[in-house]
Design a protein around this ligand. Structure first.
Ligand SMILES: NC(=O)c1ccc[n+]([C@@H]2O[C@H](COP(=O)([O-])OP(=O)(O)OC[C@H]3O[C@@H](n4cnc5c(N)ncnc54)[C@H](O)[C@@H]3O)[C@@H](O)[C@H]2O)c1
Length: 692
């Protein structure tokens, strides 16, 4: 055995050289690993006793990807292309032996080997698209040559890892070897290559998989069309398709050079910077300053949900999906039956789309019990209340829970706005109470706001965070305040949107500006979707807002085919002349002089007060860090990932610019725009939210 450097060894197994990379935790492509590849292969090639070379990794995985910590720093050591050349140009057959996750640059290293073998549990993938870049070390050029442009783009555009089985069926790997016996399997494969005298199969020289698509731009046009909606606003995806098209149309070296150029351009782009910020933010969000990772969590084996309405049903599904039994409580047989049937229908729809088997539907429904007595929740480890948004009702329920729930059970409220401390005070165990704020539809939306009350115990918070992971959510810890982080900021945007339509804009103007910014929909389309009559009643309505007037005219949103928009039978929205007249009349009656409002003003007035509110949230310690606020908005409201979230976006704009605009609006329109002290201070110090 000979050390190549600190992270690699070269050994000879009879006539086969084995280069082992050992750079914990994931053998990422650091300068040392790149050096080890270049130098290790040079040594193996120079050794006359070695007839073939196996590349394998120690620890839990093959090279798992680039060393993201090196991004944006000056390069040292061998470049990745240099290391790859040493492998690909080896005059002796090279076999990559893969376990764990061969992702990104790691996968691109495997692609320069002449053969690949893997264990069944291995995973492969090119996740670059998720960071706003394209593979930059030949991935877009070699993978299409190996498996064809369509399959390659499936992998590149999804960015999600694929299994060894999929890899074998695509032809990414040449053999699957026994789990736990990768080294032996790879050596046997290498001996076989030598015995049969198989050629050095360089992926760069293959043509049979790309030839059929050559001169057929329609192949790529179809792929562009299929992905246009998903990637609205993103830059990298089109460049990825172009790169694969280059692979089909251009000589290898030319395509490779173009790929590298695109990769470097994208790496320096604002979108990629934003997406990398989100990548780190998603990892940071789980860390809680005063609660150690090692804090013991409470066992959660049985869950109770109170209320089988819109939220209760969706919340229950999360736990059923994770295999946890759920007991759900309602007030009447009818409400219970309706709630249960909505859940069943949801699962059946999933099954109809082929994403779940009929048996699976029954398994999940089999874990669900509907009851009418709250006392049936006595043995639940976690109980989540999702009844009407009314403090009196919630307090009554928590007092009852206090009486019936077992000692140590976690008592949670899904309230959107109410004070968790007041709810907790209805019990004699406030340390067990917290908010678990799901977003609608609760079985789909990734975000969970974990609301920490004054007295919430640390193990309770730690358990809630761990549970969120278990049910596939992304959790952000927030403090008690009106609307917590998400809805508190949303209220700013909603207020301005309402003001703007009285001052001169139309609902579709506001919606268009926010949609073009990258949000999934604007505030008025969102209201129509949710229903304008939430919290509205025939008895007390007084024509005092546009919304009330619309409800009075039975324009209650999509469900009545009319709200701020008119809807056709396919729920396509059209600007409504009726609404236009209602708004004009209402403004006239209020004596408002309407004016033309520029798109830029709409954008600033809807979004800058949100940033300002975010600053207040940070000031008050209601969120742990600015990047948590970004996570909330990206995962709870569809804020465009490629801007990095509202707080990162503000930093990108420059906080001085945001502050200047807020001051300007404050002078004209008053305190809705008064800048927070934090914003003032950061600008005075020349800092951004990222520096907090
Ligand atoms: N709808 C949303 O978008 C949304 C999003 C996040 C949070 N929330 C919050 O979730 C909670 C529930 O909202 P929703 O939209 O699901 O309301 P909903 O009206 O759809 O459902 C509430 C259900 O609770 C039942 N209920 C009322 N009192 C009960 C009691 N004492 N015991 C058992 N069941 C009882 C009702 O019969 C009803 O089925 C509210 O606090 C709301 O603010 C709603």
């Amino acid at each position: 055995m000979a050390a190549v450097n600190a992270v690699a060894d070269l050994t000879l197994e009879s006539d086969i050289a084995v280069l082992t990379i050992d750079s914990p935790p994931v053998n990422a492509l650091s300068a040392k690993v790149r050096d080890a590849l270049r130098d290790g292969f040079a040594q193996a090639i120079a050794d006359p006793a070695a007839k073939a070379i196996v590349l394998i990794c120690a620890g839990r995985t093959f090279i798992a990807g680039a060393d993201i910590a090196e991004f944006g720093k000056p390069m040292t050591g061998a470049s990745l292309p240099e290391a790859q050349l040493a492998i690909e140009n080896s005059p002796k057959p090279v076999i990559a032996a893969i376990h764990g996750t061969a992702l990104g640059g790691g996968f691109e290293v495997a692609l320069v080997a002449h053969y690949r073998v893997a264990v069944p549990s291995a995973k492969f993938g090119l996740p670059e698209i998720k960071l706003g870049i394209i593979p930059g070390a030949g991935g877009t050029q070699r993978l299409p040559r190996l498996i064809g442009p369509e399959a390659a783009l499936e992998a590149i555009l999804s960015g999600t890892p694929f299994s060894a089985k999929q890899a074998a069926s695509w032809g990414v790997v040449d053999a699957i070897v026994e789990e736990g016996a990768l080294r032996e399997g790879a050596l046997a494969f290498a001996r076989d290559v030598l015995a049969k005298g198989l050629p050095l199969r360089k992926v760069r020289d293959l043509d049979d998989k790309i030839a059929p698509a050559r001169g057929k731009p329609e192949t790529f046009a179809a792929i562009r069309k299929a992905h246009a909606k998903k990637f609205r606003g993103f830059e990298a995806w089109e460049r990825a398709i172009q790169a694969v098209q280059d692979a089909v149309e251009l000589p290898f070296d030319e395509g490779l050079a173009r790929e590298r150029k695109t990769f470097l351009e994208l790496l320096a782009s604002p979108q990629s910077r934003a997406q990398r910020h989100v990548f780190f933010a998603e990892r940071q969000v789980w860390k809680i300053a005063d609660i150690a990772d090692t804090t013991p969590t409470l066992p959660i084996a049985k869950v109770g949900v109170i209320g089988a309405g819109t939220m209760g049903g969706g919340i229950a599904m999360n736990f059923l999906n994770a295999g946890l039994p759920v007991t759900i409580v309602e007030t009447s047989e009818m409400a219970l039956a309706r709630g249960l049937s909505v859940i069943r229908k949801n699962y059946e729809n999933t099954a109809k789309k082929g994403r779940m088997s009929a048996a699976e539907v029954e398994t999940r429904m089999g874990l669900l019990t509907g009851v009418l007595e709250i006392g049936k929740l006595a043995d639940c480890d976690l109980i989540i209340e999702a009844v009407f948004e009314n403090m009196g009702v919630k307090k009554e329920i928590f007092a009852k829970l206090d009486a019936i729930a077992k000692a140590g059970a976690i008592l949670a409220s899904n309230t959107s706005y109410l004070d968790i401390d007041e709810i907790a005070a209805a019990t004699k165990r406030p340390e067990s109470v917290l908010g678990l704020h799901f977003f609608s539809p609760a079985n789909v939306m990734k975000l969970l706001e974990v609301v920490r009350g004054d007295k919430t115990g640390k193990p309770v918070i730690a358990t809630a965070m761990a549970l969120a992971k278990r049910i596939g959510k992304i959790a952000a810890l927030v403090g008690v305040c009106h609307g917590f982080v998400g809805n508190r900021m949303l209220a700013q945007r909603q207020r301005e949107a309402q003001k703007l339509i009285l001052e001169g804009a139309m609902p579709w103007d506001v919606d268009r500006v926010l949609y073009d910014f990258g949000l999934p929909m604007g505030p008025f389309a969102m209201s129509d979707l949710a229903g304008l009559d939430i919290g509205w009643s025939k008895e007390t309505t007084s024509s005092s807002t546009i919304r009330e007037i619309l409800c009075e005219q039975d324009r209650r949103g999509q469900k009545t085919s009319a709200g701020f928009y008119d809807y056709d039978e396919n729920r396509n929205a059209k600007p409504s002349p009726v609404v236009e007249k209602i708004i004009l009349d209402f403004a006239a009656a209020k004596g408002i002089n309407r004016r033309v409002i520029a798109d830029a003003e709409i954008l600033e007035r809807c979004l800058y007060p949100m940033i300002n509110e975010g600053a207040k949230i940070l000031e008050e310690g209601k969120a742990q860090r600015a990047s948590d606020i970004d996570i909330v908005w990206i995962n709870g409201y569809g804020w465009p990932v490629y801007t990095g979230g509202p707080m990162f976006w503000a930093d990108t704009l420059g906080l001085d610019k945001v502050l200047e605009a807020l001051r300007r609006y404050e002078a004209e329109m008053g305190e809705d725009f008064r800048p927070s002290a934090l914003l003032d201070r950061l600008v005075a110090e020349g800092k951004g939210f990222k520096d907090l």
